[in-house]
Write a protein that binds this ligand. Structure first.
Ligand SMILES: [Zn+2]
Ligand SMILES: [Zn+2]
Length: 306
């Protein structure tokens, strides 16, 4: 008979609703379990903690385990980018399209697409190359003065490592669950993901970054010169109108923000999406679960569904 201990209801920092947590001991007759040193059993015991949203918020009681959360937010592999010119999608299980040799960001399905896109892409491409150069200088300066520094590549890696939770947030923030005909928020707004955690060490790695929250921000607001250097030309080059614009902001250091694009889901994926009032909680719990188990991938078997 499983034993339940340490049941308590409390407000946990970062969560809107109170939570009830408890520890389940699957088999109380297993002596080896109780004899284990606390240090070594700690990561495993976290898997036994369950959360229950007990808020009277109209959504009703909502119990989840880490396993439930993993089901709720389907694990997606790193996205293979679609063609910058024609929007064609590569085989997601294949190696993906080749990238622009200069900026290494834009991807193309063919040389024809790349050649015909160059006029459009040139400005953004050059801006990106300049940015990398500026970044190398900033990094050297930050190291010298012991100031915190986050390379764009770190943010980009975080984005692709966490594409499943980011895309789940995007669905909720930009109301994609409303369907293609009714949801057009993505044309005028960007999904802004605030990233938290992390000691402000000199060099911040992806491990120091965690999902904090997200919201839809009007693109006009993001284009204000004091927010970030986003011009309408840049947005056009990024594929605004065809793609969702995602902005990652780390600890409100707007000057270190990363602008990424997210391909619009296919029609049939669109239809499967759901409105989830609890999405922030699910995502944070998932993030927490990953941190606690000390492994960002093994908790989520790769999804074979496509
Ligand atoms: Zn193409
Ligand atoms: Zn380029």
């Amino acid at each position: 008979m499983p034993r339940v201990t340490d049941m308590k209801t409390e407000y946990v920092a970062g969560f809107e609703n109170p939570m009830t947590t408890w520890t389940i001991h699957p088999d109380s007759d297993s002596d080896s379990e109780s004899e284990r040193a606390p240090e070594s059993s700690k990561p495993n015991s976290w898997r036994n903690v369950q959360f229950l949203n007990a808020a009277g918020n109209g959504y009703g009681p909502h119990a989840t385990t880490f396993g439930d959360i993993a089901d709720k937010i389907p694990a997606r592999p790193s996205l293979k980018k679609s063609c910058e010119k024609c929007g064609k999608r590569p085989d997601q299980n294949g190696s993906g399209y080749a990238g622009c040799a200069s900026c290494k960001v834009a991807r193309y399905c063919s040389r024809d697409c790349q050649t015909s896109h160059w006029k459009e892409h040139k400005k953004l491409c050059q801006a990106r190359v300049k940015q990398v150069k500026r970044e190398q200088e900033s990094e050297a300066e930050a190291l010298r003065t012991k100031q915190p520094f986050i390379p764009q590549a770190t943010l980009r890696k975080w984005y692709y490592d966490n594409i499943d939770i980011v895309s789940y947030a995007i669905v909720q923030i930009l109301e994609l669950y409303r369907g293609r005909t009714r949801a057009d928020l993505w044309r005028t707004h960007a999904a802004v993901i605030f990233l938290g955690g992390g000691e402000k060490g000199t060099r911040i790695s992806t491990k120091d970054i965690g999902f904090d929250d997200g919201e839809a921000d009007p693109l006009t607001k993001l284009m204000r010169p004091d927010r970030m250097a986003l011009s309408s030309g840049h947005l056009e080059a990024l594929g605004l109108g065809r793609r969702i614009i995602v902005v990652l902001v780390l600890n409100d250091w707007v000057d270190m923000a990363l602008v990424e694009t997210y391909d619009l889901p296919e029609e049939e994926e669109w239809a499967k999406m759901e409105k989830d009032e609890m999405w922030r909680m699910h995502i944070r719990m998932r993030d927490m679960a990953r941190t606690m188990t000390g492994d960002s991938k093994s908790a989520d078997p790769p999804s074979q569904v496509e």
